[in-house]
Design a protein. Structure first.
Length: 188
């Protein structure tokens, strides 16, 4: 176990000290992981918004890469999807009913990265993951309601409530994964 901890510390020290190009590469990697998570879609009959694995990778990107490079990874994801990488259902998806969620990914990843710097306990950090989910919901619900022309109740029923339990599990999973991957010196 001590060998594992030493290797983990060594890797994260190298990542923290790495140059700009390496950190951009890690951001690109998380953009790709989010894209893969987007392609794992499950449609349900009660909402036009699919269940995906994106939220897990969005939260994990903020936790592992920090606020700036985590947010950058999600900006890359949005830009590359808009540019035609086939992880969106259509390149114009960012202007559709799920586009608000995609925009929210950037802010959520940034917020989780910021929380990584400031959270004093594991519980506080895990709770900050739920804040990241709430940010995604806020952007997603706003754009959903504008495009679908729905009121607050309909928007809640179709754009937020069906996903809360699943996203709670993703947030806990991302929090646990980040604590397994990050060395103690990176955790608060």
């Amino acid at each position: 176990m001590d060998v594992y901890r030493a290797k983990r510390q060594y890797i994260f020290t190298k990542i923290e000290e790495a140059g700009f190009a390496y950190k951009i590469s890690l951001s690109f990697l998380f953009a790709c992981l989010t894209g893969i998570g987007a392609m794992l879609r499950l449609y349900t009959p009660f909402t036009p918004v699919p269940i995906t694995m994106q939220v897990f990778f969005v939260l994990l990107s903020g936790a592992l890469l920090g606020k700036y490079y985590g947010g950058l990874s999600q900006a890359m994801y949005a830009f590359l999807g808009f540019a035609g990488i086939p992880w969106f259902t259509h390149p114009s998806a960012i202007f559709g009913i799920t586009g608000g969620y995609i925009i929210g990914f950037v802010f959520a990843s940034f917020a989780v990265g910021l929380a990584r710097e400031r959270a004093k306990t594991k519980i506080a950090f895990a709770i900050s993951m739920m804040l990241g989910v709430a940010i995604i919901y806020a952007f997603g619900a706003f754009q959903f309601s504008l495009i679908m022309k729905t009121g607050i109740y309909e928007t809640l029923m179709m754009a937020i409530l069906p996903f809360i339990a699943i996203d709670f599990v993703k947030a806990i999973g991302a929090s646990a994964a980040s604590f397994l991957i990050m060395p103690e010196s990176q955790r608060r």
